[in-house]
Design a protein around this ligand. Structure first.
Ligand SMILES: Nc1ncnc2c1ncn2[C@@H]1O[C@H](COP(=O)(O)OP(=O)(O)OP(=O)(O)O)[C@@H](O)[C@H]1O
Length: 248
């Protein structure tokens, strides 16, 4: 019964803790992402969002706690679990001296896309991310908005069911933000998404549910619909739940 319930979850993380030295950066966090859902993941700087996302994507081992991706135990079967997840870190892992296509072919191999399928995977993501005419450009010569598209393309090249985007619109101009937001909304139509952002209107526009962390703990986990029904303003909730903000 339990396994069945978890398989219906894109992500199910329980009791996540992470210490750095003697300091607990993340303390007993639960996170559930239902299939098809878009979760806005918020918190002040230093709250622990990136640390949690790194644990959810298998890039950082939890001090304790469990993570299941589409019902697969991430620590027990990392290869299978990671095949279901795509991750855009806060600083996209781009190689500026490669062309877009070279880099995405490399990313496909890292994600263990079968060599016979790399060509079609590349065609699909470049089309999806609006990169069809920039395949031969050096990544270093692209605008920040286009570099972010490449970052998103590498996160979905293996066609994962779940994607985690860490501040995908940070540092972009308003037009680029709109374009990336449209892309995220398109992706969200067919995948489960965690979107970390400091832009609250982005959460209002794109997300089904919001989870706020503060000082390594969850302080709010609620459906956007419920917040709207209650007439709750997200900005005020954020301020209320993250009072006494004092992190390094
Ligand atoms: N590798 C590390 N070694 C020591 N401390 C760390 C390490 N990584 C993160 N921390 C600490 O853990 C806490 C949480 O950091 P984290 O980067 O997860 O926060 P965040 O919510 O993602 O912040 P931001 O919004 O600024 O990205 C911070 O106090 C940070 O200094």
């Amino acid at each position: 019964m339990m396994a069945e319930r978890n398989a219906s979850m894109a992500i199910s993380a329980r009791g996540l803790c992470r210490c750095f030295g003697t300091r607990a950066a993340v303390h007993d966090v639960n996170l559930e992402l239902r299939r098809g859902e878009v979760l806005g993941f918020l918190g002040p700087n230093g709250a622990g969002k990136t640390t949690i996302m790194r644990m959810l994507t298998g890039n950082l081992t939890p001090s304790s706690g469990t993570v299941e991706i589409c019902g697969i135990d991430l620590l027990g079967k990392p290869r299978e679990a990671k095949a279901c997840i795509g991750y855009l870190p806060e600083i996209p892992p781009l190689y500026r001296e490669l062309t877009v296509n070279e880099y995405l072919r490399f990313a496909a191999r890292l994600h263990r896309v079968h060599s016979a399928k790399i060509h079609s995977a590349l065609a699909k993501v470049t089309q999806r991310c609006g990169l069809s005419s920039t395949g031969d450009r050096l990544i270093g010569s692209l605008s920040k908005g286009y570099q972010q598209r490449v970052g998103i393309a590498q996160a979905i090249i293996h066609d994962p069911e779940v994607i985690i985007l860490d501040e995908p619109t940070a540092g972009l101009d308003p037009n680029q933000i709109r374009e990336i937001r449209t892309l995220i909304r398109d992706l969200a139509a067919e995948r489960s998404v965690i979107l970390s952002t400091h832009i609250l209107s982005e959460v209002d526009n794109v997300c089904d549910r919001v989870q706020i962390v503060h000082e390594g703990r969850t302080v709010l986990d609620e459906y956007m619909e419920r917040l709207k029904q209650k007439g709750t303003n997200l900005e005020e909730s954020f301020a209320h739940f993250t009072k006494n903000h004092a992190t390094s």
